[in-house]
Design a protein around this ligand. Structure first.
Ligand code: G1P
Ligand code: ZN
Length: 545
């Protein structure tokens, strides 16, 4: 007999999901009842799941396994019929999305703090995805939060921990736990989208050199199986592909700062032709050519312009979307193709309705996230395979492809300056000050740049009409340049101020400069308008991408 226990608890005040679920220090999650309260709040906010299937998996970071055992027992006690769980508790975020969709699950719980560091002193996270495979929309996360504020008890099965390592089924009370291979379904989906024969040929003939860096995170297993076993990439192309609970002490964020091994290799004298990396939970990607960095905004634009070279998108794109701070490079491609380009707030959840309604095929964010209608999350390996498919067809270097793109469409110089770990009060004050100035900024001249419009981005979802306010302060200049300020919704310590800078350059002779130089004037204006140094006490950003 397995007994369902009802455990009394009291609410935690800080369980408000951010840009992508609830993220806190591991030690916060380890407090008695902390995880359980949030999981019960998720279940209480949902309706109609009795007997249904739930998908559970995570990025393998420290505390993943313990959390999964708790969630399984709570899912059983709350009446789910079946849980699909990745072997060893592993599912990359896009693989979880794929599995939810493929098996018609009611929803899924993904354990990840994405690109944040892991380990005992690192971060942990949990988020709920709905039946379309995508992050829960705000009305669901708001309901979860509201419930977390008033919770008085949770339900959990009194049972021993089960085996997560062997593929197969076992029972937890009335519920069936099905441990599934973490890669098979996702790998089959990738094979259905891309020309694997052609990519295999590229990777195994003609001296094409390639490096994939999993940053010791979840895509280690996916990369080894898909790029290595299936597509023939040799083992020495697959760097840091052994997943570790603390990511080897690194910061599993694929950008120029944190993917240092890959960046050093790609900028070195003997650089491979193509380099790529993914983040902690496998939804981000960074793409580089030989001594050449592709900005995520440009990557989205290049993928859109070349989509018909890939089997899945041969028939053309329904439309595209980008988050508001992402550069307008893809807008130019959409205009040329005669398709719609939507501008959404930061966060993947805002793409879900557009994808479900068939309005868009590709979408992306400046924060190293790109994806399509194949799942409802951004997808790191998918982007790498997309690039490999294009390279296999075009037989040109990454740099040549991007430069040709700029010749056709112009270059959107772009950079993001992050000020991490700023005291929350100071950061809030800076944003409040900016908002206060908005009405007087429009029409003003700053360092030779005229401000056409100054506002706080407000989004009305074109599908369900829901409104999301205060999504970032924008200064839009006469010449199309943009300056955007917002506070991160994913951090776990203090506040992170993000400043996004963009300037359009049609002149070919002025392409390919160092973006920090090309954006120099705007960088100075950004500092000045927001009084960043006086208000934050910081002379420099901590991360520039
Ligand atoms: C950051 C990125 C955002 C992305 C999110 C989840 O959120 O800026 O584009 O969707 O991580 O990966 P932020 O910390 O800015 O709220
Ligand atoms: Zn991620």
């Amino acid at each position: 007999m397995t007994e369902i226990r009802t455990v009394s608890t009291t609410p935690f005040a800080d369980q408000k999901p951010g840009t992508s679920g609830l993220r806190k220090k591991v030690t916060v999650f380890q407090q008695p009842h902390y995880l359980e309260n949030f999981v019960q709040a998720i279940f209480d906010a949902l309706e109609g799941f009795a007997g249904q299937t739930l998908v559970v998996g995570g990025d393998g970071r420290y505390y993943n396994r313990q959390a999964i055992q708790i969630i399984l027992k709570m899912a059983a006690a709350n009446g789910f019929g079946r849980v699909l769980v990745g072997q060893g508790g592993i599912l990359s975020t896009p693989a979880a999305s794929c599995v939810i969709r493929k098996y018609g699950a009611f929803g899924g719980i993904i354990l990840s703090a994405s690109h944040n560091p892991g380990g005992l002193d690192g971060d942990f996270g949990i988020k709920y995805n709905i039946g379309n495979g995508g992050p829960a929309p705000e009305k669901v996360t708001n309901a979860i939060y509201a419930r977390s504020r008033e919770i008085t008890s949770y339900q959990i099965l009194a049972a021993a921990d089960g085996d997560l390592d062997g593929v197969g089924e076992w029972r937890l009370g009335e519920m069936v736990v099905q441990v599934m291979d973490s890669v098979t379904d996702y790998g089959a989906l990738m094979e259905s989208l891309f020309d694997f024969d052609r990519i295999h040929h590229l990777l195994t003939h003609g001296g094409f050199r390639f490096c994939y860096d999993a940053l010791h995170a979840v895509t280690g297993g996916y990369g080894t199986r898909i790029l290595g076993d299936r597509l023939g990439a040799s083992l020495d192309c697959l760097q840091n592909c052994v997943p570790l609970e603390d990511f080897g002490g690194g910061h599993p964020d694929p950008n120029l700062v944190y993917a240092h091994d890959l960046v050093a290799k790609m900028l070195g004298a003997d650089a491979p032709d193509f380099g790529a990396a993914s983040d902690g939970d496998g939804d981000r990607n960074m793409v580089m050519g030989q001594r050449f960095f592709v900005t995520p905004s440009d990557s989205l634009a290049v993928l859109a312009a070349n989509a018909t070279l890939v089997p899945a998108y041969r028939g053309g794109l329904a439309g595209v979307a980008r988050s508001m701070p992402t550069s307008g490079a893809v807008d130019r491609v959409a205009a040329r193709l005669g398709i719609e380009c939507y501008e959404t707030p930061t966060g993947w959840k805002f793409f879900g309705n557009l994808l479900d309604a068939g309005k868009i095929t590709l979408c992306g964010e400046e924060s190293f996230g790109t994806g399509s209608n194949h799942v409802r999350e951004k997808d790191g390996l998918w982007a790498v395979l997309f690039w490999l498919n294009i390279l296999a067809v075009r037989q040109q270097s990454v740099e040549a492809i991007v430069r040709e793109h700029w010749q056709q469409f112009g270059q959107n110089y772009y950079s993001r300056h992050d000020y991490e770990g700023v005291e929350s009060e100071r950061a809030e004050m800076l944003m409040a000050e900016l908002r206060r100035q908005l009405s007087s900024l429009a029409g003003r001249q700053l360092g030779g740049y005229g401000i056409r419009q100054a506002d706080d981005f407000c989004y009305t979802d074109p599908i369900d009409g829901s409104i999301s306010e205060r999504q970032g302060v924008r200064l839009l200049f006469e010449d199309g340049s943009r300056l955007i300020y917002r506070l991160s919704g994913t951090g776990t310590e203090g506040a992170t101020l993000r400043v996004y800078l963009e300037r359009y350059e049609p002149n070919i002779a002025r392409h390919g400069l160092d973006p920090q130089v090309a954006l120099g004037d705007l960088i100075a204006i950004a500092q000045e308008v927001a009084q960043i140094t006086p208000l934050t006490g910081r002379a420099e950003p901590t991360v520039i991408t």
